[in-house]
Design a protein around this ligand. Sequence first.
Ligand SMILES: *[C@@H]1O[C@H](CO)[C@@H](O)[C@H](O)[C@H]1NC(C)=O
Length: 369
Amino acid sequence: MWIFSRYKDYTPLWTDVASLKQANRAHALRILAILLVILVSVWYNGYLIAKLAKKWPTPLDNYQQLNPNPLLNDEFYQSFKSPTHDETAVVTCMYTDSYATAIATLGHSLDRVNSTATRLLFYLPEHVSSEALCIATATGFVPHPVSRIAPPHNGEGTNKRFLDAYSKLNLWTLNDAGYKAVVHLDADTLVLRNFDELFALPYRFGAVPDVYVGSHGFALEFNTGVIYARPDTAVFRDMMEKMQTLSYDEIQADQAFLNQYYAASAVRLPYAYNANLAIKVRKPAMWEDLWKRARVVHYTLVKPFLAEADNSGETIVPMEGLEENIRARMGEFDGVFEEELLEWLGQWKETYAKYGEKLKECEGKVGDV
Ligand SMILES: *[C@@H]1O[C@H](CO)[C@@H](O)[C@H](O)[C@H]1NC(C)=O
C-alpha cells in the first residue's frame, strides 16, 4: 500500500485528487474493519472464558453429604417374589493362582451377609493349579471350568494383563445351566452387605460407572468389576460375532468391549455396588457416605492379597504371609486405605479361623484341576 511507503508525505507531481481521496477513505474503512474484528474477538473470547469458569463440576466432584435415604424402597422390594437360589448365581473368575486367597475371602464375605445365590468360580483349567483351585473353592464357590475366549485380532491391541479377561463373557451362557440372573464380582472385591435386590432387576445389564484418580475422574464408562446381567446365549453369540469387527479401545479388553456393546442400554447402578477405592482419593466426603452403605468394595488401587505395588500378581503371597503383606502395603497412597485394608484383613482372619483346616489341606496339592 502506497500509504506505508516512505513517499507517503510527498506530493505527487500530478494528482488525481478524487482517486486519492477515495483511496484514503478505503484505507480508513479497512483499519476500522480490522479494529472491529479484534474487538469482537476479544469480547467473544472473554465471554467463552467466563462461561468456562462458571461451569459447574459434576455433582460427584461437587459431592455434598445430602441424601440420608436408603438406596432401596423396602416396601416395594418386599413385594417382590425373591428369586430362588438355584436361579441366581454370583460368579467370580480366577485367571492366576495369586488370586486364590482373595476368592476364599470373597466366599466368606458372601456367607457373612447371608447371600443365597449359587457361587460359581470360572477358571481356565490350563492356567491355575489344583492348590489354588482348592483354596479358592474352600468357602463355597463351586468350580466351573470355562473355555478361554480369545481377544480379537490375536490380542495385538490388548493390554497383556487382560489377555484372558474376555473369558468373563461366558457369563452370558449361564442361562443354559438354568440361571436367570447373575452378578459377577471381580476377585479383588469384598462383600460388605447383602445385594440380593440386584437379582430382581428387570433389566438385562447393569454396572457402576468407573472412577479414576487422574484427570478422567468420575467417568461415564462403567467398571466391569461388578456386573449384573440376565444371561442369554443368543446375546453371547451376538457378542462373539460383533467383537471381531467392532471398533473400540481394545487395550481395555472386555471392559471396553462391554461398554461399547451396552453403550446406551446399561443401567447405571449406585456406587454402593462397586465402591472403588479410587473414590476415596478423588472425593473423601463421598467415600465417607459410601462406606456406610457399600455392598461391595473394590480393591482397585491396593490389592491386599498381592505383593507388588503395581498389583501385577506375579508372586503368590502364601496364606501365612497375608497379614504381613497387608501391613507392608498400608503406607501406599499416603496410608489413606488403612481402614479398608484392615477390613479385608479382618475378613481374611475370620475366613482362616473358620476354614483353616480345609485351607491347609490345599497346600501342596497337585494333580489335574
Ligand atoms: C444372617 O442370618 C442370620 C441367621 O438367620 C441372622 O442372625 C443374621 O443377622 C443375618 N445377617 C445378615 C447380615 O443379614
